[in-house]
Design a protein around this ligand. Sequence first.
Ligand code: ZN
Length: 247
Amino acid sequence: MKKSSNPSCITGAMRSCFTLIELLVVIAIIAILAAMLMPALQMARAKAQAISCASNIGQFAKVIMQYASDHGDWVPPKKDGPRISTCAHSFWAGNLVKQETTPAGYFAPYVHAYTTRSISDFGLITSSGTYMKFACPAQTPLTQGTSKYTLGTNNETIKDMVGVFLPKLKYPSRNFLLMDSKSSYIDLSWKSTASEADNCPWPIHSDGCNIMMLDGHVEYRKMAAIPDIYNYNARNEKSFWEYGPSY
Ligand SMILES: [Zn+2]
């Protein structure tokens, strides 16, 4: 047998170590395999985050629907009239679960069991122990103590101080209520704004968002599938944004 060029190798009946060339080939193969696997792993991770996000929103949807069931089928308004002057109940997704205010947020009784055990169980994070905000799992690292929201409400549907009477909705399964967003609300201006932070859907999950509809179900949509408020091409697209007897 040919003697190995590697002086550290022991020669004999069988070679006991790799040559440098063989080692480089093995490393190259491992690198190629890793490069092939990495995108797949990243896609799997993104998919898991999107599913986790949808699950969190689904829990919040259950709270909202439970509240409506207990209050004559009314989903509470974004602003709640007289309370607005005494406490910051103006931002729906975050502040309505606040328990520190008097009176407490609408949903506080429904999330109390979660918040006393572990806020993160409910997908909420605290900010200086004062605010609780819904955080998307795809937001890394989770931002605490800032003014950022990761869940925006439909400002066209719940922008007034009345709330939504669910039986009045003609297409509750098409009318969205909550969506991945960097703003606390999403409104008609989003298509004309330059920054995705300005009242826009947030394409955080593979260029798409998780969306809760007013029948309580959660679905994923690519940004291209979110109806353009300025360019309706079907009647049901208008019902995605608007609440009223005519839709
Ligand atoms: Zn999300």
